[in-house]
Design a protein around this ligand. Structure first.
Ligand code: HEC
Ligand code: HEC
Length: 481
């Protein structure tokens, strides 16, 4: 749309050469010609507080709507062809179905699935089933019911693929698996989708460990399947290790906090972060791997094992990423590419996901107001967690030394640093702890850590005030923040 910019810059008495002005007039004519069909045959959509939109504004409005819808669909339902890995190769669907349904083992009952943190989308269930669930008439101990839930496409982040006779043939996973919750409207684990909310109940490792065939992991890691199972089950709920298949580092030998060893052989998995509230944030992931679309492509190809293209030459470093370098993960190309065409809408959708406001009454408003003052004052928090995005506008990374913690996870990413976590919506992920590996069980522990690390001299009262403020984020404008 270069012509629009040209037009805007040409003003009366402007010293531009005549040729440019002629071009501008031609562009105006062209712009009008292009705009006319949209203005005449489509319903203009009024924006908030504005008159009807016409011309390019209308195109914009329409594109946004389409991108939002497409992005949501991809986020919730697209497997990027990863069923070739999770189902066809690892045979995870066999473990879900169980022996009686033609699979292996006891099968995964809905009770077990919910216990593993999987969520059920109530809006995908037929009304009769919702009613039966309400009346306790569904046998939650029966793996057949799990398969029926998959058939209804009601298991958040998991898609079943079925044979003509209704038998489970394969399964794939989606972004929503780790980055969605439900509101428990029907019962614990069954409700309406909450896209972008980190699923801290989900035991990713335990789910993968159910797969009858873990040989592909064993081959990549140069070990046996039992060791792979041991690593997977070490993660616990709410965690995943996105770097394991790059460097093979499964455990942090020494977790160090403020100069003291606070853990030995701590699983290398990181907490599942929210995928909301990321608009305006430069670098993503705990260690700042890159932008949202960089990471989306990374995760779709290297973590979910989808089919597509991924390019990141930093992965050719044989010292930092021995497995990735050996396997050529720096340059992955599959035909057909089921990922790249989806990156724009997926990106758009994620940036549109807001960090949700905390429920009223979930924090002490007066303490939070005092905490707000401390956050930007004595606590020095806003020097890094800059309002309102709560991370640095710009290059938002810090060395492990600055944060007074060990470099294990930082050293597994190209910049060898930790990313300033965008704090909005903290109240949605209070289980599993805080900081990349969840080393701080509570927000108070985080604040106490800063008190020591930065010698802030905060009183106990000031610490709890800061905690109440953290619980209030994204704070309403009423508090001035
Ligand atoms: C198996 C669980 C899992 C799945 C599936 C998954 N992610 Fe993630 N996601 C993670 C983990 C763990 C991290 C943190 C990784 C790190 O810091 O090394 C993460 C990080 C992110 C981030 C960075 C968040 C931030 O705070 O900057 C975004 C964005 C993201 N994921 C989007 C996606 C999208 C889009 C998909 C689907 C293509 C997806 N994820 C699939 C587990 C998952
Ligand atoms: C020097 C920059 C810096 C300062 C100053 C700073 N933080 Fe942080 N903050 C970070 C980084 C980096 C992380 C991520 C650490 C990690 O993932 O291991 C983080 C993480 C957090 C988290 C955990 C978020 C999560 O999702 O687990 C909280 C809470 C937090 N900071 C609150 C504060 C408060 C309160 C203050 C002021 C007392 C503060 N921060 C000062 C850089 C900073």
């Amino acid at each position: 749309m270069e012509q629009y910019f040209v037009l805007w810059r040409v003003r009366p008495n402007h010293p531009y050469p005549t040729l440019l002005r002629v071009r501008a007039v031609l562009c105006l004519a062209l712009g009008l010609a292009l705009a006319t069909p949209y203005a005449s045959d489509a319903q203009p959509v009024p924006g908030p507080g504005e008159g009807p939109r016409t011309g390019f504004d209308h195109v914009l409005q329409q594109t946004s709507q389409e991108m939002l819808q497409q992005g949501q669909h991809i986020f919730r339902f697209d497997t990027f062809g990863d069923q070739a890995f999770w189902g066809d190769t690892l045979q995870l669907h066999q473990a879900i179905a169980g022996q009686t349904l033609g699979g292996v083992g006891p099968g995964v009952s809905p009770k077990t699935a919910l216990g593993l943190g999987l969520k059920v989308d109530v809006d995908a269930l037929p009304p009769a089933v919702v009613e039966q669930l309400q009346q306790g008439q569904v046998n939650l101990e029966d793996p057949t019911v799990t398969v029926l839930l998959l058939q209804a496409n009601a298991v958040v982040g998991v898609t079943g693929f079925f044979q003509a006779d209704g038998r489970l043939q394969s399964m794939g996973i989606q972004c929503a698996l780790c980055h969605s919750q439900v509101d428990d409207a029907l019962t614990a684990g069954i409700g309406h989708r909450l896209d972008g909310w980190a699923n801290r109940d989900l035991n990713v490792g335990a789910i993968i460990a159910l797969a009858p065939n873990l040989q592909p992991f064993a081959d990549l890691l140069g070990t046996d399947q039992n060791t792979v199972r041991h690593v997977l089950t070490s993660w616990g709920p709410g965690k995943f290790d996105a770097e394991l298949l790059l460097d093979g580092k499964a455990f942090n030998p020494y977790q160090v906090t403020n100069g003291a060893v606070t853990g030995r052989d701590v699983p290398g998995a990181t907490l599942l972060p929210p995928a909301f509230g990321l608009a305006g944030v430069n670098l993503h992931t705990w260690t700042g791997w890159g932008s949202v679309p960089h990471w989306n492509a990374f995760v779709a190809i290297l973590a979910m094992h989808g089919q597509g293209t991924f390019v990141d030459p930093r992965l050719t470093d044989p010292v930092q990423f021995p497995i990735a370098a050996r396997e050529g993960f720096a340059h992955v190309q599959h035909e057909p590419d089921l990922v790249t065409s989806k990156l724009p809408a997926l990106h758009f959708y994620q940036l549109a996901l807001p960090a949700p406001a905390p429920p009223p009454g979930s924090f002490d408003t007066q303490a939070a107001a005092r905490g707000a003052t401390l956050f930007s004052g004595k606590g020095q928090c806003s020097t890094c967690h800059v309002e309102p995005i709560r991370t640095e506008p710009g290059w938002n990374l810090h060395t492990p030394e600055e944060m007074c913690i060990d470099d294990f996870q930082a050293s597994r990413a190209p910049d060898k640093r930790y990313r300033t976590a965008p704090l909005n919506g903290l109240w949605t992920h209070t289980t599993g702890g805080f900081y990349h590996d969840g080393r701080f069980p509570t927000l108070l522990a985080v604040v106490a850590h800063y008190n020591t690390c930065f010698s802030l001299d905060l009183t106990a009262q000031e610490e709890t005030d800061l905690v109440e403020y953290l619980k209030s984020l994204p704070a309403s404008s009423a508090s001035g923040h």
